[in-house]
Design a binder for this molecule. Structure first.
Ligand code: GN1
Ligand code: MG
Length: 373
């Protein structure tokens, strides 16, 4: 398996041509900010041929890539059918990313070193942002997630495989974290100490959603799995949301994971990559706008229990992501790409600080959720 730091032009071009029909490659450049996969924008040599996205799936994380592709196909097929028969988003542009077949009709290409390559249509005249630009943008992000959930609300979860066992199961992350801690040899730095203390003081949050599933209060539904702000495409022209991208994590789960993940990424004006972690705060007013947009389309299928668990779920998902980053930092950064020394530690500090800020405003967040019921 090649290292994650470098792909030669030759390697990339070799992969790209598997998805091309007789057209030369003009340019290939790295695209987006994903923490797991590598994504490249490929521009083709003939003017009339559209650019497309070439991706190398991280098969250390997605150990069953065929199932990942099968899930995406089930979801996109279902959404296409829904769009033909209902009017949920009939008044706006709404697009679904498409896989491109290889020249011999397959949905991916494996290179001799075992790399798993696939290609997707590039949705033009659209953009993503890493930080919310204002209330309209926040409502659009919420609307996109609500649309995604609404379009999938009648897809039986039996049609989706669990492609990432343990994903969003906070108690399982804690168990692994305890193992990593047990094997730790070096003395923690002051920032690591802060994280260690934070986890110890708040580990009681971890079982909330798993208990809710066990007790039958919440049920599994098809979820996106990674609906952070920069997975929602915005139309350049109208400013309206037009797609949810990055469908690798679609699987059965709780919509609370998705809503929590969306809010923790939208309501942090410094973004999840800031090093200024001490200044990170959760902005409940942005949260309100995201939820207003979400409920505009999703209220019809939300149960009272769905609302009950939301405030705590938002806090939990920030805590969980912090724990995942921190664990990876302690464990040699083998899961999340790290661009500099301490990168995953800073990411952890940001999420823990966010969870702390959510905790200190939990009554206000509860009141916002209650307003929307
Ligand atoms: C990862 O690779 P990316 O950026 O799409 C991660 C998500 C995290 C996210 C945090 C499969 O997503 O769970 O929320 O980083 N994806 C996986 O930015 O673990
Ligand atoms: Mg992702």
């Amino acid at each position: 398996m090649p290292t994650d730091s470098y792909f030669s032009r030759e390697t990339l071009e070799n992969a790209a041509t598997r998805f091309l029909t007789g057209c030369p490659v003009l340019e290939i450049k790295e695209f987006g900010t994903g923490n797991i996969n590598r994504t490249f924008l490929v521009t083709q040599g003939f003017h009339e041929k559209k650019p497309f996205l070439l991706q190398r799936l991280n098969t250390k994380v997605f150990q069953n890539p065929d199932l990942v592709l099968a899930n995406i196909c089930s979801v996109t097929r279902h959404v296409r059918k829904q769009l033909e028969s209902n009017r949920l988003v009939s008044d706006r542009r709404w697009e679904i990313p498409d896989f491109l077949p290889t020249t011999d009709g397959k949905d991916h290409w494996c290179s001799s070193d075992g790399s798993f390559w696939r290609a997707m249509s590039f949705i033009e005249n659209s953009h993503v942002k890493d930080i919310i630009t204002g209330p309209d943008h926040a409502r659009e992000v919420g609307f996109a997630l609500g649309t995604f959930h609404a379009l999938l609300s009648d897809l039986p979860i039996s049609q989706l495989a669990d492609t990432l066992p343990g994903f969003h199961i906070t108690p399982t992350y804690l168990e692994r974290y305890d193992e990593v801690l047990g094997a730790l040899a070096s003395k923690p730095s002051s920032q690591e100490e802060w994280c260690l203390r934070f986890v110890e003081e708040h580990r009681c949050w971890a079982p909330l959603l798993q208990n809710a599933i066990r007790q039958g209060s919440l049920e599994l539904r098809p979820i996106h799995g990674d609906p952070k702000i920069n997975n929602i495409l915005i139309d350049d022209l109208t400013g309206l949301a037009l797609s949810m991208i990055d469908l690798d994590t679609v699987k059965p789960g709780l919509i609370q994971f998705d809503i929590g993940d969306c809010l923790r990424s939208c309501c942090n004006a410094l973004g999840e990559e800031t090093r200024d972690w001490e200044k990170v705060v959760f902005d409940p007013e942005i949260g309100r706008e995201v939820l207003v947009g979400y409920c505009q389309i999703a209220r019809r299928f939300l149960t009272p229990a769905d609302f009950d668990f939301l405030p705590d779920a938002i806090r939990l998902i920030a805590f969980e992501l912090g724990l995942r980053f921190f664990m990876d930092h302690l464990d040699g950064n083998s899961y999340f790409k790290a661009a500099y020394r301490g990168h995953n530690l800073f990411r952890a500090l940001v999420q823990f600080r966010l969870a702390e800020s959510i905790d200190s405003q939990i009554d206000e967040i509860r009141a916002i959720v209650d307003d929307l019921r």
